[in-house]
Design a protein around this ligand. Structure first.
Ligand SMILES: NC(=O)c1ccc[n+]([C@@H]2O[C@H](COP(=O)([O-])OP(=O)(O)OC[C@H]3O[C@@H](n4cnc5c(N)ncnc54)[C@H](O)[C@@H]3O)[C@@H](O)[C@H]2O)c1
Ligand SMILES: NC(=O)c1ccc[n+]([C@@H]2O[C@H](COP(=O)([O-])OP(=O)(O)OC[C@H]3O[C@@H](n4cnc5c(N)ncnc54)[C@H](O)[C@@H]3O)[C@@H](O)[C@H]2O)c1
Lengths: 199, 199
């Protein structure tokens, strides 16, 4: 957003994903990828219209209403994600994502607190989703437990899931499911090392 | 790959990211994103040429030579990534990524083993990179330590880094740096919940 304000003040009318990439430390492909999640803004060849893009992003960000996020699976990945999300939310004033609750099946983990979020028993998840107004659930449980967790979320009205478990989840068409796979990033990096290893 | 073999046998000459999405459980945007890392294969409007795409992916995958991966920071995130990478490599026969070593500054972690990979002291990282032929390093250390780790990697000849620490790393132009940020996925999901919350 800051970058677009600068460009607008400098009188730029269009900016390419290349330009945006240089100013944000992302590759042009990452800029395009990030912007595509919000809709088709750019036109091939002439880039993004600065004023229009700024307006759109403001519109999106202005919805500064807070979105409450839950996290199922307070294990290694879950706790690292929870700590990270909370750190990031503190740094970004306008952060709309608030991690409000974690869920686990291990009795030793129940009651743990990370900043404002607490670990609840997984069998209270349905109730807590409604009580706390959770709209997004991050799934960081083992693969065998992921479908059950997703089904409880769907039943409780959640429409957006971020799944880390290596399991193909079945959800109704109106539920948005993103599967995060950190090995994809690695695979694309492996591609870049291709030319290098003459060993 | 399997999917492209099927389509080729059925006599499909072109396939859209929509079609690929339906067959892989990804969204068309994810298909496009995944394929863009390997280069510009698709043409807007007519999709991907099945035979050409198959050939390209085979070319990429055929380089089945193993790429040795290192991981700096054997903490919550690091250990979750290590376990996951090793799990995935066992499931995918052609996996070219092999996590071979972890590095940490905490003496209690030195010597821990996860499957074939061992945790080494971070001050032996430069030596181990050469000895073990590590080509990619995953950085999962705290933000304050990330630049130092990246600099050691670059000095040791590593050309590809996957960084999780919330720090903007400086690397020479010939080093490929990918910054993974799991909150980006969350932000795009928050966008989808936008229309929903009338609360
Ligand atoms: N997508 C990726 O790139 C990626 C990376 C790392 C890990 N993973 C996956 O993330 C998941 C978590 O990994 P981890 O290393 O943190 O594992 P972990 O074993 O450390 O944590 C799993 C947690 O889930 C809890 N749990 C188990 N069954 C449950 C249930 N039915 N309901 C609620 N909680 C339950 C456990 O008590 C534990 O706390 C695994 O599925 C792993 O494969 C994915
Ligand atoms: N990008 C994302 O979406 C995302 C998600 C979760 C965590 N993170 C980041 O990943 C990093 C790790 O998170 P975590 O929860 O696993 O933290 P952690 O504290 O559990 O693990 C950090 C590990 O790094 C080790 N370490 C510290 N200094 C080191 C050095 N100089 N050299 C080698 N090892 C060193 C520590 O001993 C520890 O084992 C943090 O920077 C965190 O912000 C990013």
């Amino acid at each position: 957003m800051r970058i677009l304000e600068d460009l607008d003040q400098k009188g730029w009318t269009h900016v390419s994903s290349q330009d945006l990439g240089e100013r944000t430390g992302l590759t042009p492909a990452q800029v395009r990828k990030d912007l595509t999640v919000f809709g088709e803004f750019g036109k091939q060849g002439i880039g993004y219209e600065v004023r229009f893009l700024k307006q759109q992003l403001e519109e999106i960000l202005r919805l500064n209403r807070v979105v409450n996020v839950g996290l199922a699976g307070a294990g290694s990945l879950g706790m690292a994600l929870a700590r990270y999300n909370i750190e990031r939310a503190k740094q970004q004033r306008t952060s709309q994502l608030r991690l409000i609750a974690l869920f686990d099946s291990d009795p030793h983990k129940i009651g743990l607190r990370i900043d404002g979020a607490q670990v609840y028993p997984v069998n209270s998840m349905q109730e807590k989703i409604t009580e706390l107004g959770i709209q997004i659930m991050i799934i960081a449980v083992p693969a065998h437990a992921a479908q059950e967790v997703a089904s409880i979320c769907v039943k409780s009205g959640i429409k957006a899931l971020l799944n880390f478990a290596p399991a193909r989840l079945q959800v109704p068409p109106d539920v948005r499911l993103h599967n995060a796979d950190l090995t994809l990033e690695l695979q694309s990096l492996a591609f870049y090392t291709r030319g290098l290893s003459k060993q």
